[in-house]
Design a protein around this ligand. Structure first.
Ligand code: ZN
Length: 95
């Protein structure tokens, strides 16, 4: 998506889907200043799909963080219980 950064309406070309195509200029090192057309519809579709994917990843990441926090708390509690048990055991032997 970073290959295109400018558009102009100087020469309108229609895409096969019936929407005016975007006239873009490539800024890649391989094809500097090369003009090309891209479907506007596809661009919109791509960006909306990207948003969905990003939101999904965000949600998964949030769930993951929550799960890790819960798990961390549980492990901490278990560790403290275990530590208490060991201390109690040792103390009962000493006295
Ligand atoms: Zn199209």
């Amino acid at each position: 998506m970073s290959e295109c950064s400018s558009s102009s309406n100087s020469r309108r070309r229609m895409c096969g889907c019936g929407v005016a195509a975007l006239h873009l200029t490539s800024r890649t090192e391989m094809n500097p200043r090369k003009r090309f057309f891209r479907c506007h519809q596809q661009e919109l579709l791509l960006s909306s799909r990207a948003i969905i994917v990003i939101n999904k990843l965000k949600r998964e990441n949030d769930n993951d963080a929550l799960l890790k926090e819960r798990l961390g708390n549980r492990v901490e509690k278990l560790f403290l219980m275990f530590l208490g048990f060991i201390i109690g055991f040792v103390v009962s032997f000493m006295f």
